[in-house]
Design a protein around this ligand. Structure first.
Ligand code: ATP
Ligand code: MG
Length: 274
């Protein structure tokens, strides 16, 4: 059963938006996203996913790591109904999903403000309301003063911030992130990691995040799931015991190294068993 809708697909009505809860309003309720025994075989016979079960609730930040081609993006596409499962069940309890792609996907002919207003516009918001939401989101991601800039005049990190701001305007209970910071330099990436944690603490959304960086995975998450090579299965799960907010210096502590080492070993083991 599938009951979600994707913001990026822009197919919700204004009344859906009007029913949006306040951030963290239903953090205590059950999973926002549940996969139960999900498999995916593409029409050409490519077996991408096998028996994937996972759930993500509000206030949980779950990260997937796994070898290239193991089905991570396919899993997110199924979660957002951009693609369908071949077997198993997918439940998405909430109506709105924020999907952050690796590429910021901004419209080059629109300013930052124009880009961030886009979703409110497509949802039929009044000009005044969508502008108010866009300005608040721009401020949240630290782009004050850049409202009138065009994407080509922004750095990669700023473009990604604008992309996140655009999604924030709809206050989604579920965020799907597909390697959003992979193309950025390490310092920018670390800063955006910290900003992502601040956002997560404030909004208490449910997050399903993909990265190839084990450090990023452990730093951000409440739980890290390790996938095997294709067909992707979840072969290990690690609860991350560190409190939020997480100090930058956590990355250099022994307990952090211990956990990243364990995740790395599971990942290497998953290759070995292929
Ligand atoms: N539409 C499609 N038709 C056939 N095969 C596909 C399709 N989309 C993806 N695949 C295949 O499914 C497998 C999983 O792809 P997917 O993009 O989910 O991997 P990934 O884990 O996100 O990899 P990466 O880390 O490189 O982004 C790959 O072998 C890919 O070639
Ligand atoms: Mg991918």
């Amino acid at each position: 059963m599938w009951s979600g809708r994707l913001i990026a697909a822009m197919n919700a009505s204004p009344s859906d938006f009007a029913s949006a809860g306040s951030p963290g309003g239903d953090a205590a309720s059950g999973p926002v996203l549940t996969f139960d025994g999900v498999s995916k075989i593409f029409p050409d016979g490519t077996h991408a996913l096998e028996a994937v079960s996972l759930s993500v609730s509000r206030g949980e930040f779950v990260t997937l790591v796994g070898p290239s081609g193991c089905g991570k993006s396919t899993l997110l596409r199924i979660a957002s109904n951009l693609d369908s499962a071949s077997g198993g069940t997918v439940q998405v309890d909430q109506d709105r999903i924020g999907y952050i792609f690796q590429d910021a996907t901004l419209m080059p002919w629109r300013t930052v403000l124009g880009n961030v207003e886009l979703l409110g516009e497509l949802h039929g918001y009044s000009r005044e309301e969508r502008r108010r939401l866009a300005r608040a989101a721009i401020s949240t991601v630290g782009l004050d003063g850049f409202e009138g800039h065009y994407p080509k005049a922004l750095s990669g990190g700023m473009r990604m911030r604008a992309s996140i701001a655009r999604t924030l305007t709809l206050n989604p209970p579920l965020f799907l992130f597909d390697e959003p910071f992979g193309a950025l330099d390490e310092i920018t990436r670390e800063r955006l990691n910290e900003e992502t944690i601040s956002l997560f603490m404030r909004e208490q959304f449910a997050a399903l995040f993909i990265t190839h960086s084990i450090y990023e995975a452990v730093y951000l998450s409440t739980r890290v799931l390790v996938m095997s090579p294709r067909p992707g299965r979840i072969v290990a799960s690690f609860d991350v015991p560190f409190d939020y907010p997480r100090a930058q210096s956590l990355r250099y502590e022994a307990k952090f190294a211990e956990l990243t080492g364990a995740v790395s070993a599971a990942l290497r083991g998953s290759f070995a068993h292929d």
